[in-house]
Design a protein around this ligand. Structure first.
Ligand SMILES: [Zn+2]
Length: 593
């Protein structure tokens, strides 16, 4: 929970031009949705504070090609042209002024992001934004210019590392495509599977390539997945991924189309679950990103019963205010007739839905919910570092409610400095067995092991050492500074197996064989007859600040473990199928000879 209340709530981005993004009366993404939604926001005290204006062409170029921008401008002047660049289809029909309309949405998200960068506000919410399907060179899925991708690019130019969370029912394919090669952007999309829904992508094995491998994660859910499975997947992944990555800012897309009543998709999420997700995002923004959070809207086609509530709940999360129980009577009266005319009636009485949106859970739904948890579990095995996973499973540390950590305080953009390297002696001393008492007198250097924040890692390791889970820690020391660490555990739950959970070296101490020395010393320090040893190394095991290329990482991990007598093979499925470079290293217990 944030320690300082946001006095007036998130900066709300809406203005006279917001309704100009209009593909026509028959199109599902209609600006009619702003009427009931902005009105409901007003009833809870959310007043627009930033009116979007079109972004300049040069502001669109970081994510879109010159040719595409020129094509949009041609359609903007003459909507009757032959289709090209994704424009002129039924999804993305041409309309007069479409360049300015698309650029206006981008401008809203860019100006909001800049207000956060300046420190004018902690949080901003642009309900008209979230056009996450737009590609560098074509329109797609009702999206002309990709405002979340552009906002992310703007944050990157300011030197910030970005966590992008996409809750729209459709895969956030455009944002992923635009940023998948950038290791400083982690994109995570929760969506209905591409088997049953547009855009047909967002699979488990889309992980990013090269140094960015591991910075693309997708959670494709079966049609029929309800709030239970959806929210469980979100809760399982978001806090741990945020802790591992250590973003400087969070950008999130809150499409309301995962709702049970949405006419275009087949998930069965509720406003209750959407509110919980938004509050989770607010919490991690405060925990890891000094509060910096840009939220956008997205899809959502039940525009009287769902969209106004979903948007209000995002704003309330950012305002750190309780959700009112009942919806204002006056609002319901004002929109009842129109809602009825469009067959999305009656306007709801409460912000939060009945469990499962008031429907019985079908057998199909229950199965889909179970599958959602299993799918999220696989994503976690591939995408979350082993140390953070073990810490959660063994109760050492909770990535969502880590309040034991000393507060970092108002360090503003200076937080980026935690990614800085430290000078290190030529040959650090190795301490084979570090006890909890010793650990308390040491300081962990940045970028040695997960989580990304060394203060959090320090707390996690201390809890591990105080546990009864057979934790063994070997450290490389420069004075009292820990510049390398190897940590393993052998809790009863792992039935005779000791897992190596972390092996890392600070940037300035790398490329000197210190990792090899640490691992060898760690193994020497284990009792003869100790357990079988095992290490699973996936794309998650990387320096999140400056990762090596995926293939180099795989080669180094293999060499390291082979060098100390492990058998190294491909990780078992499903991890191995999704992350083919993942390795499982094993060594049987050495008998007492
Ligand atoms: Zn907040």
């Amino acid at each position: 929970m944030p320690d300082v209340a946001q006095r007036d709530g998130p900066l709300l981005v809406f203005g006279p031009r917001s309704t100009s993004y209009d593909f026509g009366p028959a199109h599902p993404l209609t600006p009619r949705r702003f009427g009931p939604a902005i009105d409901l926001l007003a009833t809870i005290g959310a007043v627009p504070g930033l009116a979007p204006e079109p972004a300049a062409d040069e502001e669109l170029r970081p994510c879109h090609t010159e040719e595409y921008i020129a094509a949009v401008r041609r359609f903007s002047d003459d909507p009757s042209r032959l289709p090209e660049a994704g424009i002129g289809s039924s999804d993305n029909p041409a309309f007069r002024g479409m360049h300015d309309a698309g650029a206006m949405v981008a401008g809203g998200s860019l100006r909001a992001l800049e207000a956060i960068l300046r420190g004018d506000v902690e949080h901003a919410f642009h309900p008209g934004g979230g056009l996450h399907h737009a590609m560098p060179d074509r329109a797609s899925g009702f999206c002309i210019y990709n405002d979340p991708a552009l906002a992310i690019a703007r944050a990157r130019r300011a030197g910030l590392r970005v966590l992008y969370l996409d809750f729209d029912v459709h895969h956030g394919d455009g944002v992923e495509a635009i940023h998948r090669d950038d290791p400083g952007v982690l994109t995570v999309s929760f969506h209905e599977s591409g088997r049953t829904l547009f855009p047909g992508t967002g699979w488990l094995d889309e992980l990013g390539e090269g140094p960015a491998a591991g910075t693309v994660l997708n959670v494709p859910l079966d049609a029929g997945t309800g709030e239970v499975g959806w929210l469980a997947a979100v809760r399982l992944l978001v806090p741990e991924l945020a802790a591992a990555f250590g973003p400087d800012i969070v950008v999130s897309q809150h499409g309301a189309d995962a709702h049970a009543w949405d006419p275009l998709a087949q998930l069965r999420v509720t406003t209750t679950a959407m509110a919980a997700a938004a509050r989770l995002v607010d919490g991690i923004a405060h925990l890891w990103s000094s509060g910096r959070w840009l939220a956008t809207g997205g899809g959502g086609y039940d525009i009287y019963r769902v969209v106004p509530r979903a948007w209000s709940l995002v704003w309330l999360a950012g305002a750190h205010r309780e959700t009112p129980e009942r919806i204002d009577e006056g609002w319901r009266d004002r929109w009842a007739a129109e809602a009825s005319r469009f067959r999305q009636a009656p306007p709801p009485e409460r912000f939060l839905d009945e469990p499962n949106a008031g429907e019985a859970v079908s057998a199909v739904g229950a199965t889909a919910d179970e599958r959602a948890v299993a799918i999220a579990g696989v994503v976690r095995s591939v995408g979350v570092p082993a140390l953070i996973r073990a810490a959660a499973e063994l109760g050492w540390w909770d990535a969502e409610a880590d309040l034991r950590r000393p507060p970092r305080g108002g360090d503003g953009l200076g937080a980026i400095a935690r990614g800085n390297a430290v000078p290190v002696a030529d040959r650090p001393a190795i301490l084979e067995h570090v006890t909890a008492g010793t650990w308390a007198r040491l300081a962990l250097a940045p970028r040695v092991i997960s989580p990304a924040d060394p203060d959090a890692a320090q707390v996690l390791v201390e809890a591990a050492l105080r546990s009864t889970d057979g934790v063994s820690l070997t450290a490389a020391l420069d004075g009292t500074l820990v510049v390398g660490a190897c940590l393993s555990a052998a809790p009863a739950a792992w039935a005779g197996t000791r897992r190596i959970l972390a092996l890392g070296v600070a940037p300035e101490a790398r490329r000197r064989g210190l990792g090899r020395r640490l691992l060898a010393a760690h193994l020497d320090g284990l009792r003869p007859g100790d357990n079988d040893l095992e290490a699973l190394v996936t794309v998650a095991e990387r320096d999140p600040f400056e990762p090596l290329s995926r293939d180099v990482r795989a080669v180094l991990a293999r060499r390291l473990f082979v060098g100390v007598g492990f058998d190294v093979g491909r990780a078992a499925d499903p991890v191995g199928r999704i992350d083919p470079d993942a390795i499982l290293a094993r060594r049987p217990a050495l008998s007492e000879a």
